[in-house]
Design a protein around this ligand. Structure first.
Ligand SMILES: [Mg+2]
Length: 286
């Protein structure tokens, strides 16, 4: 029987790549706007209405998980639509899946929507050992393993991303997610922190932009779920960035489950991280 270490060392990257390729093939099929919008009629474990696309993407991921399980690997999967699915074992190894992060973008034909898969050796964000995000808009693959750094399209990011500030000291570009305009009203003073905002519409993708040094920070205005952030938060940290879940005293103490617990913030310096942690609506951190 493979040990926990064996399970963690399994070819997760290969499994993720095969799933991403399958989903990409589905997405590349000519579709009418109505087809993209088709819902299955059920609400996923994450609480959103499931699109046919979400479900077929999840099926592609689970086909890979079943193949790994057939090789003897045991783990518990947590996925946005299906919820918790046991593939044997004692639950130590968790696989956290968002088949499509940014479903609304996918539904409307906007570019950024991503497959997000994390593998963890325990119950919190700090335990994630592998992260994979495939952005189907620009066709970019972000991946990280603890202690091994982050890769973009298979190439290691050698340079630690540098923070850029405008002459008045504000971050040059800040990505915001959970960008419901009602939360903007409740948020802290974004204008004191950043000179420009970008709202891409997918939490995992926005976090990856921090890893790539394309934005100087990222904040969700409301609580995010582990499925949205688990993989990308490791991608940021392994690239040299910083991540915190401000509702928790331990910045990486957010649990790997299906409930929205805390906003997530990411930055390239301690001072920016502390500043960004004050932005989400105060009730989002309760
Ligand atoms: Mg999703």
């Amino acid at each position: 029987m493979p040990s926990v270490e064996d399970v963690l060392a399994a070819d997760w990257l290969g499994a993720c790549r095969r799933a991403a390729q399958e989903i990409r093939a589905q997405l590349d099929r000519p579709q009418t706007a109505a087809q993209r919008r088709t819902e299955t009629g059920v609400v996923g474990e994450g609480g959103d209405r499931t699109l046919v696309l979400d479900q077929t993407a999840e099926d592609a991921v689970f086909a890979q998980l079943e193949a790994l399980h057939e090789q003897g690997f045991e783990f518990t999967a947590l996925s946005e639509e299906r919820g918790e699915v046991h593939f044997g074992g004692d639950g130590t190894v968790r696989v956290i899946i968002d088949p499509i992060d940014g479903s609304l973008n996918a539904k409307r034909g906007l570019p950024h929507h991503a497959l997000s898969i994390a593998v963890a050796k325990g119950p919190t964000m700090a335990d994630v050992v592998f992260g994979y995000v495939y952005d189907f808009g620009p066709h970019e693959e972000w991946a990280a393993r603890t202690g091994e750094g982050t890769t973009l399209d298979g190439i290691p990011l050698i340079e630690r991303p540098a923070e850029r500030r405008s002459s008045d000291g504000r971050l040059e570009i800040l990505a915001i997610e959970s960008a419901d305009p009602r939360y903007l009203h409740l948020a802290g003073e974004l204008g004191d922190v950043a000179r420009r905002l970008r709202a891409l519409g997918a939490i995992a993708v926005s976090l990856c932009q921090v890893a790539g040094g394309r934005v100087d920070g990222m904040v969700t205005l409301w609580r995010c779920r582990a499925v949205d952030a688990a993989a990308a938060q490791l991608i940021v940290r392994e690239a040299g960035g910083l991540v915190a879940f401000p509702a928790f005293e331990d910045p990486l103490g957010a649990p790997l489950d299906l409930e929205p617990h805390s906003p997530v913030v990411a930055a390239l310096s301690e001072s920016a991280l502390a500043q960004l942690a004050t932005i989400p609506a105060p009730m989002a951190s309760r």
